[in-house]
Design a binder for this molecule. Sequence first.
Ligand code: MG
Length: 255
Amino acid sequence: MCTDCGCGITGNHLADEEHRHTIEVLEDLLHENDAQADHNRAHFDGHGVLALNIMSGPGSGKTSLLEATIKALPAGLRVAVIEGDLETENDAERIRRHGVAAVQITTGMACHLDAHMVHEALHDLPLRDVDILFIENVGNLVCPASFDVGQHANVLLLSVTEGDDKPAKYPVMVRAADHMLISKTDLLPYIEEFSVERARAAAKAIRADLPILELSAKTGRGIDTWIAWLTEAVSAQRAERRRARTYSYAPKAAR
Ligand code: MG
């Protein structure tokens, strides 16, 4: 599927020499991506923008969360959105209906956003007038975790429709996350198989200090706590910028 993230390499179907060469090419590519990501972060820091990378499987409610967030944001916090999908402008259009600037990146064959794609999109955004930039990554629980796009923190969504064993099955995603949101909790009464406790335990087994919040974009449950976290992160980033440092989210304590 993906042309450049290496997800098609299992190690068995390539000859040793070919395998080594492919790994080298991928390492170069990741190195180049990291350099571009640092450049993006410098853009964000220069404009005082907090950049959050929103990751999850498809259909876990990333865009719905962003819409609920936009509606609940306190006055004075300005946001913009970069949307990543293989095809369509649908999600960017949903965001623009709320009067928020949104740029759609269509990745074609690629199953994640990379730092170059995000950099391209930056030129179409009014960064000077933005406090938080949400980068909604392509719906995929594997590849987005490996590509730094210049964000200050990674937010991972797990919806109750996906199964409570997803954190155990996709540990790379959990390790990369700075904050995990269990979404669509309004559906819990209809999905007996999903246990919030099991999902939490599976994530905590990988990252004991990972903050986990249950929320529903539909009913508004948990949105106030999420907004409080965003507000706090913006303040923390501004404090770091006053010291000429780059903000990096560090959980206060296991919650
Ligand atoms: Mg979406």
